[in-house]
Write a protein that binds this ligand. Structure first.
Ligand SMILES: *Cc1c(COP(=O)(O)O)cnc(C)c1O
Length: 423
């Protein structure tokens, strides 16, 4: 059986898949399945890789909370010095609950409500990444009403194609995100006149799972041209935020080498006196986690074989949503016959596929690991089909910490208010 690529933090020892020093089969015994398992060393190392590659630029690395907002993950990153990129008031609350510094938070997102703006202003976030003219006006009003001034970057759409899945390309001119490049200068001039706004920076984020440097370089060059135009118009900027989007290896991709990215950025930022911000999500945690699942049944139809497992699209929706590939490997090397099969979950949707046409040696009861599930895995989980969300476990050397318990069925209907006389 071919052994697949295993991300850092995971290894096979005498046929048994391990996370750091612990066999995954022991974690399955202890915490049950399905279960998310993360490597603390892998997450810390990915953050460290950003710091090291960009060291000469002293960037603020604002981890994108939406990739994985578990409080323990956030506090691990906060202790490593991370700032945070948030897209909702809920994510701000998570960052604060985890001990994150609001002064290192940038607030992105196209639909910030007045209440979320007020929450972030009171908390003292570093910057609002404003995504439309209407949002700018509202933010000025909300800040003025509170007697505060909102620090603002405009999220500018550089109109470059990141060469990624259309659902995760965000910097094209007809995208719902950001301000059109051609409108940016005028909107900055408006921002500079608004009483509740202090212009501090500029921001872009062109998409996700990007594995080529040219789109990042093209975006940076367009942003720098705008920085110059703004400076000539008497609007100096104090930071430049290049967003996230750096891809990882799921299958056979060749990810960007961060040092190469940093070199391209550094050579172009020489004339810019401000600070660099980055908003990586996936690259920090994607490869640092996996979803552990157990085969419930093997099923054969005339044309197809299925391994029906206890994890499903509600736990990990990326394959259903984006046809994303996650490597799936047996936890224990075994002697079951190898066959090509679809790995599917129990949810009542044809699209509930975790991996199609996988060559696997498994029997009923076998454990499987769905790799590279640290980002946009647990955070995109739902309770569809009344399925409690799985626990999350953070492994540190030979210690396993439960960082989210498995949901109970009562958790699922806790917020519901049955009208008893109708029932
Ligand atoms: C999602 C998102 C990120 C993180 O993207 P990754 O591909 O996970 O690095 C960063 N910034 C913004 C504005 C985002 O929406």
């Amino acid at each position: 059986m071919p052994d697949h690529f295993l991300p850092a933090g995971f290894s096979r020892v005498h046929g048994e898949l391990h996370v750091e020093s612990l066999p995954l089969k022991d974690l399955a015994e202890r915490f049950g399945t399905p279960c998310y398992v993360y490597s603390k060393a892998a997450i810390s190392a990915s953050f460290g890789e950003f710091e090291e590659a960009f060291a000469t630029l002293h960037p603020l690395i604002c981890y994108a909370v939406k990739a994985n907002g578990n409080l323990s993950i956030l506090s691990l990153l906060a202790r490593l010095g991370a700032g945070f990129d948030i897209v909702s008031g809920g994510e701000l609350s998570r960052v604060l609950a985890a001990g994150g510094d609001p002064g290192k938070v940038v607030f992105s997102g196209v639909g910030k409500s007045a209440a979320e703006m007020a929450q972030a202003l009171r908390a003292g976030v570093l910057c609002f990444n404003v995504e439309s003219a209407a949002e700018l006006e509202r933010l000025s009003q909300v800040a003025s009403a509170l007697g505060l001034v909102a620090p603002v970057s405009l999220r500018v759409n550089p109109d470059v194609d990141p060469g990624t899945h259309p659902y995760i390309a965000t910097g094209l001119k007809n995208s719902k995100f950001g301000v059109a490049y051609v409108d940016a200068l005028a909107l900055y001039q408006r921002a500079a006149r608004l009483p509740g706004i202090r212009v501090t920076g500029i921001d872009c984020h062109i998409g996700s799972q990007i594995t080529e440097l040219p789109p990042f370089v093209a975006a940076l060059e367009k942003i720098l041209a705008l920085v110059d135009a703004l400076s000539n118009a008497g609007i100096p900027l104090h930071h430049l935020d290049l967003g996230g989007g750096v891809g990882i290896r799921y299958r056979d991709e060749t990810p960007i080498v961060l040092k190469d990215y940093a070199r391209e950025v550094a050579s172009r930022l020489e004339g810019f006196g401000g600070r660099l911000l980055l908003e990586p999500g996936r690259r920090i945690i994607g490869n640092g986690g996996l979803l552990l699942t157990r085969v419930e049944y093997l099923k054969t139809s005339p044309e197809h074989r299925f391994a029906i497992v206890d994890a499903a699209m509600n736990d990990l929706i990326r394959p259903s949503l984006y046809e994303a590939w996650h490597e799936i490997v047996p936890v224990s090397t075994n002697t079951a016959p190898t066959a090509v099969m679809d790995v599917v979950g129990p949810v009542c949707e044809t699209g509930d596929i975790l991996g199609s046409a996988r060559e696997l040696a498994v029997a009923e009861g076998s454990l499987l690991a769905i790799l590279s599930a640290g980002a946009y895995g647990a955070s995109m989980g739902s309770n569809y089909n009344a399925r409690p969300r799985p626990p999350e476990v953070l492994v540190d050397g030979n210690r396993a910490h439960l960082i989210r318990r498995r949901e109970s069925i009562e958790d699922l209907y806790r917020a519901e208010l049955p009208i008893s006389d109708l029932l």
